[in-house]
Design a protein around this ligand. Structure first.
Ligand code: ATP
Ligand code: MG
Length: 462
């Protein structure tokens, strides 16, 4: 894959870091005439921050996804700035500044809801032998709070395409790790020794997958090679951080592609052990079918600019694992289906949050969506009408439809019934409920109209 990102493509950078095996970086400067990043691509607030730092004599660079995405002609998600000003110096310059972070102090410059993150250049962490407590025995960085030069800052970044710095002083791009060439070639390449860098921060493994899927790039062989073997290190990442990462991975518009890559690298099971336990060679179990259906629908919603509710995806991922666990409980403990589901819900969510801390507000919604699967079967009397009024009805119905696609039979019929019921005029609704109570003695089934079924627009994820 070769992309044209620059107005002058004959300036191919030479670097000693081509194979990613060398932690040192080499600076190549791409002048304003030779690249396509213009100030009109950068948000007004980010420009204000860059200029203010610059006008007060500090170095100020736009860095990371901001530069990378503009070069790819994509809209950056956010604008991150790096500077040699310390957090205290930054705070002096901006009234609307908040310092955050214990591990590494960062400045947040607040413009209403828009936040521009400004980080002081990071230096090298202490040598492990000099300061044992900075690294765990697996090599993971526990502290990360030394300031440094821009070169050191570049070496500390994860991938070459994330270590390009746009300099507000002369609008050039400082490319420290040959990111420009990798961006052209569509390659995600770790800066430095991949295994060491993954051990320092295992989240870099899922970041490699995320960028490969999001940017439609391939992972350099040396960067990909250690991942399977080190996938188990994900268990040492705090569960709250993994929850945040899982949203960036699966709810950012390329969820299905990301899921497939995560599986390929044995990383999905590190995030969702309770789900991955049910994976099959053929990849077509009900658990796997549900994951594909829900990620497909989530991607579509995001790419159509619609809102999504994160809980819905988790509810769908865990629905069939919940059924299997409930079935076991029914057999072993002789519980009713209802009681088994209740007990299995608690056990399953407890297990899942140990690895990936789904917050309580979401687990409450997940339980509601599951509960509705049981309640949607009961439609007689006033029940069906009351159900429509429920807050989570739409989410429950959407999941029922997805289950219908997988299970067919009575589940699909139930989903069709609810589909018709929701949009039907009130007299017809009454009829539908009455027919349930008094099935026609002939046993003749009401025929569905021949018109093509309107495709439902899942609102559940709102
Ligand atoms: P996006 O915002 O589109 O998800 P991004 O590259 O901007 O992508 P961020 O998470 O916003 O990613 O991080 C900003 C930059 O900080 C990255 O481009 C990278 O240079 C650096 N970075 C972030 N996380 C890590 C990490 N775990 N290890 C090393 N560098 C990192
Ligand atoms: Mg970013």
């Amino acid at each position: 894959m070769c992309r044209k990102l620059f107005t002058n493509t004959n300036k191919d950078q030479k670097s000693s870091n081509q194979d990613g095996s060398n932690g040192e970086v080499n600076l190549n400067i791409i002048t304003r005439q030779e690249h396509t990043v213009s100030r009109s691509h950068i948000s007004e607030n980010a420009l204000k921050v860059l200029y203010r730092l610059h006008n007060h004599g500090y170095d100020a660079f736009l860095v990371g996804g901001g530069v990378r995405d503009i070069l790819l002609d994509k809209q950056p998600k956010d604008f991150d700035i790096a500077t040699n000003a310390t957090p205290e110096q930054i705070k002096e310059l901006f009234r609307n500044c908040r310092l955050i972070g214990r591990r590494f102090r960062l400045a947040h410059i607040m413009f209403g809801r828009d936040i521009i993150e400004v980080a002081t250049f990071r230096g090298h962490h202490q040598e492990p032998e000099k300061n044992q407590s900075a690294q765990s025995k697996e090599g993971m960085l526990l502290r990360d709070n030394v300031y440094g030069t821009v070169e050191e800052d570049a070496e500390r970044r994860d991938f070459t395409v994330n270590a390009m710095y746009y300099n507000i002083a002369d609008f050039s791009i400082h490319d420290y790790a040959n990111g420009v060439n990798d961006l052209k070639d569509g390659i995600i390449r770790m800066i430095g020794d991949p295994e060491t860098r993954y051990r320092e921060d295992p989240v870099r493994m899922i970041r490699a997958i995320r960028f490969a899927a999001k940017l439609d790039m391939s992972i350099a062989p040396a960067t990909a090679a250690p991942i399977k073997e080190l996938a188990h290190l994900m268990t040492s990442v705090p569960a709250a951080r993994l929850f945040e990462e899982s949203l960036k991975l699966l709810q950012a518009g390329q969820g299905l592609a990301t899921y497939k890559l995560l599986r390929q690298y044995d990383l999905f099971s590190a995030l969702f052990p309770t789900v991955a336990r049910h994976f099959t060679e053929a990849q077509n179990s009900d658990v796997e079918q549900m994951i594909e259906i829900v990620l497909n629908s989530t991607d579509k919603r995001i790419n159509d600019g619609k809102r999504i509710n994160p809980a819905f995806m988790f509810a769908a991922f865990l629905w069939y694992p919940l059924q299997y666990r409930a079935k076991d409980l029914m057999e072993v403990r002789k519980l009713s289906y209802y009681d088994a589901i209740m007990m299995a819900s608690n056990e399953l969510l407890d297990d899942q949050v140990k690895q990936l801390a789904i917050p309580r507000r979401h687990t409450a919604t997940i339980r509601d969506i599951w509960q509705l699967q049981l309640r949607l079967t009961r439609r007689t009397g006033k029940r069906a009408f009351q159900m429509l009024e429920l807050n989570k009805f739409r989410a429950g119905f959407d999941m029922l439809e997805m289950r219908g696609q997988i299970e067919g039979g009575p589940t699909e019929e139930l989903a069709l019934w609810w589909h018709e019921f929701q949009d039907a005029p009130s007299v017809h609704r009454q009829n539908m409920v009455q027919t349930l109570g008094n099935p026609k003695p002939t046993g003749r089934r009401r025929k569905r109209p021949q018109t093509k079924r309107k495709t439902t627009k899942p609102r559940s994820q709102e």
